[in-house]
Design a protein around this ligand. Structure first.
Ligand SMILES: C[S@@+](CC[C@H](N)C(=O)[O-])C[C@H]1O[C@@H](n2cnc3c(N)ncnc32)[C@H](O)[C@@H]1O
Length: 245
């Protein structure tokens, strides 16, 4: 497994970095990074995720990258994601939260979203990204407290929730050609997260919610045959309906 660490580059946040390291199952460190190390770095005004290649150009731990321009269409309910979620939903559980990018997009689209993440390190990444919302007035207004995260295994946590829709984004299989490598956040997730038992997770999700939406690569296989499919340019959403509802 890759090494995970937390560092503070701000003297006032050293104690916080130590506490976060404990929470993340990581080490508190300020020594040079090793090649297979991932580090959460705290600055006085922001947090970043570094690996030894992105060092000094780390990934910002924030949801500010959600494309929320009026007219850009990313938050429109007419997009494949919005149509896959459906018009009746109020509460969505994103059972594979990862970096929370999809969860924050769904919350920006107006739904109440609870994300679940089982990896300790990623759960700390989500906590810091959510805390960053308070520093961005526009995002705070758009999200209006509609986004939260729980740490745990979704196959257990889902049974304690009562969502209208469960959203799943299982790990895409890494592409082989170097030129076709997935984008940086996806590469980091592939390095950090354990492979999931997608079939079991889908089965649990279907027993909990009337509608389950699974994000897939546009040409990737379905977990099992879906009831509905909504296609985008690069991804598609497989929808499973509970016919007994
Ligand atoms: C491909 S990533 C999701 C990326 C996410 N959609 C985003 O926008 O950043 C899949 C994530 O699901 C998490 N995961 C897989 N199985 C899980 C489970 N049973 N319970 C909770 N989290 C799970 C993994 O740890 C990983 O972080």
């Amino acid at each position: 497994m890759s090494i995970r660490s937390v560092e503070s580059r701000c003297p006032l946040r050293v104690e916080e970095a130590k506490q976060l390291a404990l929470l993340a199952g990581a080490v508190h460190s300020s020594s040079p990074m090793t090649t297979d190390e991932y580090r959460i770095v705290l600055f006085d005004d922001r947090e970043e995720l570094w690996d030894c290649r992105t060092r000094k150009h780390g990934m910002a731990l924030s949801f500010r990258s959600v494309d929320r321009r009026v007219g850009a269409g990313n938050l429109s309910h007419k997009q494949p994601l919005g149509r896959a979620i459906g018009s009746k939903a109020q509460i969505i559980v994103d059972a594979t939260a990862g970096f929370g990018h999809d969860a924050s997009r769904l919350a920006c689209m107006g739904w109440d979203v609870i994300g679940i993440e089982r990896d300790h390190f990623l759960s700390v990444v989500l906590k810091l990204s959510l805390e960053d919302v308070a520093r961005c007035d526009e995002l705070q207004t758009l999200l209006s407290g509609r986004l939260s995260f729980l740490h745990g295994d979704a196959t257990t946590v889902l049974n304690t929730l009562n969502p209208d829709v469960i959203y799943l984004d299982p790990m895409f299989t890494p592409r082989k050609k170097r030129s076709a490598l997935p984008k940086k956040p996806a590469q980091i997730l592939q390095a950090l997260a354990k492979p999931s038992d997608d079939q079991n997770l889908l089965c649990v999700a279907q027993s909990v919610a009337p509608r389950v939406v699974v994000k897939r690569p546009i040409d990737g296989p379905s977990i099992v045959e879906p009831h509905l499919v909504f296609k985008g340019r690069l991804v598609r959403y497989d929808v499973y309906l509970n016919m007994n509802e």
